[in-house]
Structures are given as C-alpha cells and as structure tokens.
Design a protein around this ligand. Structure first.
Ligand code: PMP
Length: 335
C-alpha cells in the first residue's frame, strides 16, 4: 500500500446523477488481508449501496422488472416478509418508483433496520420471533389479499431475486478480476446472491467453485441429506431453520457448504474492524472466514479451482447492529 495513492478517486470527477437508484451496484471489490498471499480473497463492499446493503440490488431490480411486466402498477403496494435489509432495499426503490411499501418483520431483527424502513416511508408489521420467517411470509400474503394492486415479491421463491445478482453482482465481480475467479463464497439467506452468481459463472463458462455459507444452527445441510442439528444463532441475514422455505437454493449448484459458529463470527467482526478497517456485520464476518478457509484449501491443492482467487460479499455494515452489542463481549452480543 502506498501512502498518497489511496485517494486516487479524489481526482476523478463523477457525473452528476438524477436518482439515488443510479447509485445501486458497482460497489468496490477489496482484498481481505488475512487470507493467504498466494490465493487472494476479495470482498464486495455492499454497504456502498444507497440503502447500505446488498439488498438494494434486488429492491431496485425486482421492482423495475415487476413494473415493466405490469405485475404491479405505480400507486400499488409491495408487501414483503423480510429480515430488514430487503425491506430497506425495496423501500428505497419504492419511494422513487411511486410504489407503496409494507414489510412484515419477525420482532427479533435489528430495530435500526425497522427504523430505516419507516424513515423511507414504508409501513412495518411485526410478527412474533418464535413463529419464524414462515409466519412472516403467511402474514404478508394475508395483508396482500386485503388490498387492491398489492404484490408480494417473495424474495425466497422469486427467480428475479437471483436474476438481480446474475445481472449485476456476478458480472461486476468477474469483470473486475478479468474472469479469473477461483471460487465464489457467499452466505445464504434466500440464496439469491449465491445462486445468481453461480448461474452467471456457469453461463460465462467459468468453473469457479461455488460455496455456500451458513451459521452453526442453520439447517441448509438438510439439502444434502444430512440431518442437520437445528440451533439458535446470532449471525443475522443468513441461514435457515426450514429449507422448504428457501426455494431458490439448488444444492446441485453448490460445491461445498461452510458452517461458521457465532463465536468465530464475533471474533472476525472485531478483527475485520481492527486490522482491515472494515466496519462490517456478522454475515460478512462469516463470509470472510469461509472465504479464507476456501483460499487455504485452494492453496493446499485440497480442492479443484480454476484460479488462485476467492471472491465473497460483505452484505452490510456493523453500524446497523451496534445496539445489539456486536463489538461488546461475546456474552453481551449473544445474551
Ligand atoms: N447478509 C445479510 C446481512 C442479509 O440481510 C442477507 C439477506 N437476508 C444476506 C446476507 C443473504 O443474502 P441472500 O438472501 O441473497 O442469500
């Protein structure tokens, strides 16, 4: 790193833009320095999006496609069950595209995210945490049935979710590395990010390894015939307790699934901040550890990968979770 060369963009004048939606995507791809030198790991910094997470991509992409297709009209209402970031992504887009937004959020999710959705003009409806995402999905459909011109995009089953990443995240990453991607590693909430990037990789003729990431306690292992042990976890935005709701995830597209415990995630969040200047949240820390593990496997020749590089995503920022004690002790975070 050369001091003085790190602010090259200060001399690059960007064109003025008409809408905040034009700032979605084209996020920076930055090296993770804890990975082995021989197999660099790069992370896509998704907090650079206007709603500060990866979900701005699907909010804008899905809403624009649905308006084009007439699935929803201006003045209509989008109703989505969401852990939060998807709500913010849809709320940013809905506000600019003359669509109303209602979000159904299980109570346990971050209050900051719910406040931001409301600030963007959306309505938030809570469901009990113990009823899980399944109940939030049901409630969204109940609300949609009560309104005219309301649509539930349903990020857990809507192919447009993965398509948003096929159209944006995938090409951005592969172009940045001139196609020389050895592995794509990403946490799976809906699985849209990873499935979209996997489809893009294959259509581009890439043999990059495709690796999913989940927190310990999540049951994505069920897709591989494992009788995965279900448990609670604090890592937010990834994992599942019922694979039947994660309709986009096709296990045939995965080369591996990494499972990361909360304790390691907690340490990695602190390390990323202290050593790499990365104020990123728990799913990013899980992705970082999994990506470093994959890089190590490639370095040792333990797995096949077409190139010595690994890419992952840092989906959002830790600022959104400060009230949850992400930088306090492990006991305070998980307590
Ligand atoms: N990280 C965070 C913080 C998220 O909110 C999400 C979305 N739930 C993900 C990762 C996972 O993204 P996807 O739904 O595309 O699998």
């Amino acid at each position: 790193m050369t001091v003085g060369k790190n602010c090259a963009d200060m001399t690059t004048h960007r064109e003025p833009l008409d809408s905040v939606l034009e700032t979605v995507g084209e996020t920076p791809l930055v090296r993770v320095h804890a990975a082995p030198d021989e197999v660099p790991v790069y992370a896509k910094l998704e907090s650079f999006n206007p709603g500060a997470s990866i979900k701005d991509r699907i909010g804008t992409y899905m809403l624009e496609r649905m308006l084009e297709a007439g699935t929803i009209s201006p003045g209509g209402t989008v109703i989505e069950p969401t852990a939060g970031n998807t709500g913010i992504g849809f709320a940013v887009a809905a506000g600019q595209l003359d669509v109303n937004a209602v979000f159904v959020v299980p109570e346990r999710f971050s209050v900051e995210k719910q406040q931001l959705m409301r600030a963007l003009g959306a309505e938030v409806v809570n469901t009990p945490s113990e009823d899980g995402m399944g109940r939030a999905i049901e409630r969204a459909h109940e609300l949609a049935a009560e309104l005219d011109d309301a649509v539930v995009p349903q990020q857990f089953s809507n192919p447009l979710n993965a398509e948003a990443h096929y159209a944006t995240t995938g090409p951005e990453v592969f172009d940045a590395l001139d196609g020389e991607v050895g592995a794509v590693v990403a946490g799976m909430g809906t699985g849209g990010t990873l499935m979209g990037m996997a489809d893009y990789a294959r259509d581009r003729g890439s043999a990059a390894r495709i690796v999913g990431v989940q927190p310990e306690g999540s049951t994505y292992g069920d897709l591989f015939g494992e009788d995965a042990e279900e448990g609670e976890y604090k890592t937010e935005g990834i994992g599942t307790h019922d694979v039947s709701t994660n309709e986009l995830v096709d296990p045939a597209k995965l080369d591996d699934l990494k499972t990361i415990p909360d304790r390691a995630v907690h340490e990695e969040m602190a390390r990323l901040a202290r050593e790499e200047g990365q104020l990123v949240a728990s799913s990013a820390a899980a992705n970082s550890l999994a990506a470093i593990e994959v890089a190590e496997e490639i370095r040792q020749g333990a797995v096949d990968a077409p190139y010595d590089s690994v890419v992952t995503v840092f989906a959002d920022s830790s600022e959104r979770y400060l009230s949850k004690g992400v930088y306090r002790s492990f006991e305070e975070w998980t307590g």
